[in-house]
Design a protein. Structure first.
Length: 580
């Protein structure tokens, strides 16, 4: 083996790792919507979680990526630790799919069907299709599909280049002696763990082992301990990902590590027994690509079969290793680990914007009550709600901008745009609730009394505004287009009420029935109430924007005003909130 073979091996390894990374990222984006649907099944039972972990990892070709997502889900409260355990176990089985795909490189024979199954036969076709989709595809889904095919072709070409380059090592005595050392199971486990920890992918390290097996110098006795060690090494990604997370997320990473260490310990005991009984017949045989894939799958499936019934014990172990303690409580957390899976990150953002909607609704309800019955304790609650809404807007705005920098599907882009618009409107509704509170405090402190007519008018306007805030919150939470269409007619009625209340106030001033001081408070109140309704109208337009994949909020607002049911709904609300 000369310097050119070494360079070819390095180049092949680089292509292999790059192709695996590119393909995994594209698979993750392409399967994003499906991941969200799969997560909905996690609450059923442990078996569903196991199958979900298996399916997701088989699709995105990376148990490390799956476990990092799981840590993020647990940290964000999307998933419980108990659910995470079964998903992690499933991920260990799902990651074995890669070794089976790579084992196709070892097929031999002159049969046409066998020849067609060889990657060297079909990967050039996949590469051509992939580059065509990537360069000429119109949608993000087509481009991601093209990237997946290109990534797969790249890793298979890299695998072939590695295998060809290391073939010369079969004649190198030192290489043969190196793998004789690895027949020591403990040393083999350490080598597998360290190599996988460095490249942070058990699928990639198994692929490298398969490429080295082409030399014929890798026996099953050396390969199996290395495969066991690779399961431990892959935990490093989840461990690193758990830094800075809450205790349950740390426990999820600990479960992943404990599961693989216990599984490896059991595997080593079984390996020792098999080695003692069958070594002459099996373990000294040269490992094939297919044999390594079988060993990888059998080991991981065996670990799950043995430890799956003991998942509750793993949970207790994690709780013991990461005990409860004082933990800094934040108003809300948004985990940047979820940015790698935009559909899941958007689902989490959607949950928090829904909470913002409830905050705005609650703050407004409390502030309106304060106009008629002032309470200093409730006033403090309203201000805390407004502060919470501000915090939500800050973290959600920053997070959604980062998320928008990722490649997303058209549907996800529309959802991100909707959320970015909605957070500003819900935050402003909370601000107007505080402004209304300040007017209530002024009325209370200065003992200003409104006339009977003014009180009746203000209560009518308050009821209308409280209803429109409730409609906008419910329309957003349920993503209900029909409810959204009811908002604009009511907003127009509220605009009319504001004008009427302003004119009525001027009339009372002229008759001497109202003071100038009361007039200032009155003007502030009806302005804040009318602007609250405006923000509700914006929320309705955001919902319509997302449904129509439209970025023009003015166009959506006009659509709300011109839909065929607008006039009828307007008449209903006008009658309901008539001052007569």
């Amino acid at each position: 083996m000369d310097i050119f073979d070494i360079l070819a091996m390095i180049g092949g390894l680089s292509l292999f790792l790059f192709g695996m990374s590119v393909m995994g990222d594209a698979l993750e984006r392409r399967a994003g919507g499906g991941l969200k649907a799969l997560l909905a099944q996690l609450t059923r039972n442990k078996a569903a979680g196991l199958l979900t972990g298996l399916g997701v990892t088989a699709v995105i070709q990376s148990s490390s990526a799956t476990t990092v997502m799981v840590v993020g889900f647990v940290n964000s409260g999307i998933m419980t630790l108990r659910q995470a355990i079964s998903v992690i176990m499933g991920a260990n089985v799902g990651t074995t799919v890669t070794a089976w795909i790579l084992s196709l490189s070892g097929l031999s024979g002159d049969n046409l069907f066998v020849q067609l199954l060889k990657p060297t036969s079909f990967t050039p076709i996949l590469a051509v299709i992939g580059i065509a989709l990537y360069m000429m595809g119109k949608s993000s889904k087509q481009k991601d599909t093209g990237t997946i095919l290109l990534g797969f072709a790249t890793l298979m070409f890299g695998m072939d280049a590695m295998s060809s380059a290391v073939a010369g090592l079969a004649e190198v005595e030192g290489f043969k002696n190196l793998f004789l050392l690895f027949k020591n199971p403990i040393l083999g486990v350490l080598v597998g763990a360290v190599l996988t920890a460095i490249i942070q992918s058990s699928s990639a390290s198994v692929g490298i082992l398969q490429a080295l097996a082409v030399t014929g110098q890798v026996s099953y006795g050396a390969a199996i301990p290395i495969i066991m060690g690779q399961n431990i090494g892959t935990c490093i990604t989840a461990i690193l990902s758990s830094f800075g997370t809450n205790k349950n997320a740390k426990r999820a990473a600990v479960v992943h590590l404990a599961f693989n260490i216990i599984g490896t310990a059991i595997g080593l005991l079984l390996f020792g027994a098999v080695s003692w009984l069958f070594k002459p017949m099996l373990l000294d045989e040269s490992a094939s690509l297919f044999g390594i894939a079988v060993a990888h799958s059998v080991f991981n499936i065996l670990c799950v079969v043995i430890l799956f019934p003991a998942s509750s014990l793993l949970e207790k172990l994690a709780n013991r290793l990461v005990p409860d303690g004082e933990e800094k409580q934040e108003i809300v957390e948004l985990d940047e680990r979820l940015l790698a899976t935009p559909p899941i990150a958007l689902e989490r953002c959607n949950q928090l914007v829904g909470e913002m909607a409830e905050i705005a609704k609650d703050a407004l309800h409390k502030s309106l009550d304060m106009l008629w019955s002032y309470d200093a304790g409730v006033a403090e609650e309203i201000r805390k709600l407004e502060g919470k809404g501000d915090h939500y807007e800050d973290i959600l705005g920053t997070y959604l901008v980062k998320l928008s920098g990722n490649r997303m599907s058209d549907s996800d882009s529309s959802t991100a745009s909707k959320l970015l618009k909605a957070i500003g409107d819900f935050e402003r509704i909370s601000d107007h609730a505080v402004n209304i509170l300040e007017s209530a405090e002024e009325l209370h402190q200065k003992k200003i009394r409104l006339t009977e007519g003014a009180t009746h008018e203000l209560k009518t306007l308050c009821r209308a505004v409280e209803e429109i805030v409730g409609l906008s919150a419910n329309a957003f939470l349920e993503n209900d287009l029909q409810t959204a269409l009811e908002i604009e007619p009511l907003e127009q009625v509220i605009d009319g009420l504001k004008s009427t209340l302003r004119n009525q106030h001027i009339s009372r001033l002229q008759k001497g029935e109202c003071t100038i001081e009361a007039g200032f408070v009155w003007a502030d109140l009806i302005t804040n109430l009318e602007r609250t309704a405006d923000h509700c109208s914006n929320v309705a337009a955001c919902i319509l924007d997302a449904a129509e994949h439209n970025m023009n909020i003015h166009e959506s607002t006009n659509a709300l005003k011109t839909n065929e049911g607008f006039e009828e709904k307007y008449k209903v609300y006008a009658e309901k909130y008539s001052l007569v």
